[in-house]
Design a protein around this ligand. Structure first.
Ligand code: NAD
Ligand code: DAU
Length: 341
């Protein structure tokens, strides 16, 4: 393998993957990242300069992408517009980055016959329905994306599948559940609630809070992507998940408890339009074929460590928190449907 390009390597999961690769392999990494509001170079601090290079650029910039890919052995594609709430407010960047950006990377990888791994989401399958005990998603579940974000991720998965079949691209896809851990942008659910409490504000729960997410620690997600990159069968899709379903209400109550607050010290706010009710992943294929297992299986322990990280890294998140909360306040002001609360 040797020389990897990691797109979106200054984001939450991309940065976590780069740290993981440097710890566990001999690969050299070139990060390609546009440093949007979601990217933070400080997430790559402390990595060895002789093994990690940083290129500030856009994945839709075809000449730049072609030149970088021509010198690489593999592309691991994390870069995306990743937040559902923003995709409801302004979908265009999601189409540009998630669809056109993926297309640009695929074309360069095909031209130079470079191994490609596409990091995607369980949200491409839509949701499992309210109060549902429907079995978890598998690699054969139909695509039924709900939001502009998940629709653009579904589109990018389809492009990858077409490039595999039509052009013989040496590619794999992974679809993972909700990830958490250090370096996650404070617009997202878990870090938003932790940083609310750190700032003396109340956590915010959308709607009734009965929505279910299937949580995985970011390190376990990284280990799975590396296993697929190195040992996955070309052309295959692997689902990644750690069997950790929780309602959003349960997660907020655990955060409050772990931070020494009363369990009801949060606010219900208006629900997200089109809000997917439940996601759950069956990761048997990944476990059985590649022997991958989650190492952070104690959710309370993972949450506590994540809380500690945000408590001790306020300078990393403080400015992003101010702008994320401005967005949420403006959205509330614009009258998201309060009757769904
Ligand atoms: P993130 O928003 O934290 O980071 C995205 C990164 O991509 C940022 O560094 C940003 O600067 C960069 N980027 C955005 N547009 C770009 C462009 N046009 N060119 C170059 N760089 C650009 O996202 P994340 O949560 O780390 O998610 C990373 C990937 O993992 C995404 O593809 C997402 O769909 C997927 N995923 C995320 C989760 C999750 O729970 N976070 C779960 C499953 C899959
Ligand atoms: O399932 C994988 C996906 O997980 C990834 O593809 C996305 O990139 C990632 O953002 C995440 O999507 P979600 O929409 O599930 O994550 P988010 O953190 O935005 O919200 C998690 C749940 O918490 C969701 O049901 C909405 C709810 N929520 C969110 C916020 C920000 C709240 O109740 N309150 C909040 O303040």
């Amino acid at each position: 393998m040797g020389r990897l390009i990691v797109t979106g390597g200054a984001g939450f999961l991309g940065a976590g993957f780069v740290h993981h690769v440097i710890r566990h392999t001999d690969h050299h990494v070139t990060v390609l990242d546009a440093l949007t509001y979601a990217g933070n170079r400080a997430s790559l601090d402390g990595l060895p300069a002789d093994r990690v290079a940083f290129v500030h650029g856009d994945i839709t910039d075809a000449p730049l992408v072609d030149s970088l890919v021509s010198r690489a052995d593999a592309v691991v594609h994390y870069a995306a517009e990743s937040h559902n709430d923003l995709s409801l407010a302004n979908p265009r960047p999601f189409v540009d980055t998630n669809v056109t950006g993926t297309f640009t990377l695929l074309e360069a990888s095909r031209t130079h016959d470079v191994r490609f791994h596409h990091v995607s989401t369980d949200e491409v399958f839509g949701d499992l329905g309210e109060g549902s005990d429907a079995p978890a998603f598998t690699e054969d579940s139909p695509y039924r994306p709900s939001s502009p974000y998940s629709a653009t991720k579904a589109a990018s998965d389809m492009l990858v599948r077409a490039w595999i079949r039509s052009f013989g691209l040496r590619a794999t896809i992974s679809n993972c559940t909700n990830s958490y851990g250090p370096y996650q942008h404070v617009e997202k659910f878990i870090p938003r609630q932790i940083t609310q409490v750190v700032r003396g504000e109340r956590p915010k729960l959308y709607g009734s809070g009965s929505h279910v997410r299937d949580w995985i620690h970011a390190d376990d997600h990284s280990a799975a992507v590396l296993a697929i990159l190195e040992r996955g069968r070309i052309g295959e899709t692997y689902l990644i998940g750690a069997d950790c379903e929780r309602t959003n209400r349960e997660v907020i109550e655990r955060i409050l408890a772990l931070m020494g607050q009363p369990s009801d010290a949060y606010d219900h706010v208006a629900d997200r339009p089109g809000h997917d009710h439940r996601y759950a992943i069956d990761a048997s294929k990944l476990r059985e074929e590649l022997g991958w297992m989650p190492r952070h299986s104690d959710f309370d322990e993972g949450l506590s460590a994540t809380i500690d990280w945000y408590r001790t890294h306020e300078s990393w998140w403080s400015a992003a928190k101010d702008s994320a909360e401005k967005f949420y306040a403006a959205r509330e002001g614009a009258g998201f449907p309060a009757d769904t609360m």
